[in-house]
Design a protein around this ligand. Sequence first.
Ligand code: B1M
Length: 211
Amino acid sequence: MSDYSNLIQAILEGNDARCVELTNEALDEGASPQDIVSSGLQAGMLIVGGKFSAGDFFIPDMLLAARAVTRAMEAIRPRLSDSAMPTLGRVVIGTVSGDIHDIGKNLVTMFLRGTGFEVFDLGINVPSDSFVTAVKEHDPDIMAMSALLTGTMPEMQHVIAALDSAALLSKVKVIVGGASITQRFADQIGADGYAPDGGAAISLCQKLLEK
Ligand code: B1M
């Protein structure tokens, strides 16, 4: 594992140009995209979250850090999808209604695409109707939802209910994730699976497709 302290520092400073530069350097030195993401970008955002909770960071600081991480991820993306892998399955993903957090969802999307899944990303603040329409349109094997706010967790249950009303629930596996989500919550709302991070999302999707 490489030393990502400079990258983490650049995230804390919200210095997007430096973040991209250090990410490209790490890639050129042979670091794996997964390592950069988990030990650099995610580690940095965890510190940002802690500082926000402690009152040391404010929303503009979070936005600058998020922008820096997003730019770094854009630099990583081509390296993840470069490998010509067969499509493992189709996934529709989105951040639920009322929630605009998308860094984690984008990471999961990148990881899944990099592994060989075909992913239809619906974006943020996605109403239940749009999830239903996307499932009808794309006929995915898996529908993944992300939520970071405790206040938007119940939206996941609304989406599952909407899929059920449209008689689509038996045709697609529903998985959930995001900082506020737990396995217990996933079980409570009748989801088929829960993934705590991008790596776990890959193995969960693979496992569900084997069934
Ligand atoms: Co917000 N925010 N935020 N925020 N934000 C949190 C989530 C919070 C925990 C910060 C805190 O108080 N410590 C807190 C939520 C508290 C709660 O409800 N429990 C919070 C709050 C309160 C808010 C606002 C309400 C602030 C305000 O306006 N007063 C507001 C809400 C806006 C809204 O959504 N309606 C808000 C706004 C924002 C920004 C816009 C400034 C920015 C988002 C920018 C963006 O996403 N483009 C932001 C950020 C950056 C954060 C923190 C600091 C970082 C989130 C992040 O990107 N983490 C966050 C604190 C924290 O989480 N520590 C915080 C890194 C990312 C890689 O992790 O998203 O967890 P994560 O994704 C992981 C896993 O969870 C999982 O895999 C990912 C990769 O490992 N995963 C999935 C995620 N989705 C998945 C889907 C799957 C599977 C796995 O599908 C199956």
